[in-house]
Design a protein around this ligand. Sequence first.
Ligand code: SAH
Ligand code: MG
Length: 195
Amino acid sequence: MLQEKVQEIKEKALENHIPIIMDDTLEEIEKILKPNPPKTILEIGTAVGYSAICFSKFLQDGGHIDTIEREEERIKEAKQNFIDVGVENKIYIYEGDAVEILPTLNKTYDMVFIDAAKGKYPFFLSQALRMLNQNGIIFADNILYKGYVMSDYNKHKQRTAVRNLREYIKEVTENPELETEILEIGDGLAVSKKK
Ligand code: SAH
Ligand code: MG
């Protein structure tokens, strides 16, 4: 893979204020996946494809990523980025709203990365659990949302997001099929392994 090109994609995304995965979050995911690399990954929230490109390095040989994005401009840019780094055969973009697309998918995945509308995290979780393989893993990015989630913060326009992130944490923590850790790295990362 063209590491220079990946760096360019990252810098451009940051310049354009696209909320790409943070370095320490990515490092943590890499560390967790290392002993048992996934063959199939589902990502919810592609943006310009930066995280999907990074995850493609963590796949087993012959592995595959499906990713979902609803913004046309970002989809166009992501597709070009996949071609530019030579991963276009490993990553497929579903174009549209994940809330509509997810229920139509009938596949199984070793890893799901949730990184889209925060108000929809509990719904994304239910869909991820439906398609997650045994020993699979779900990562939810931005789960602590600038610290709002763990504070008594509740009078902002982001209230719905915060309420749903709290609901997500409650569900993954209480689900007896999951082993969950909430990590205070980046903007917060929930790591849930299916037993
Ligand atoms: N995973 C990317 C960043 C994703 S940013 C990375 O780390 O590189 C979140 C993206 O999710 C945005 O591009 C936004 O358009 C998309 N998104 C938010 N809600 C969505 C939904 N309901 N369906 C599809 N895409 C959604
Ligand atoms: Mg994120």
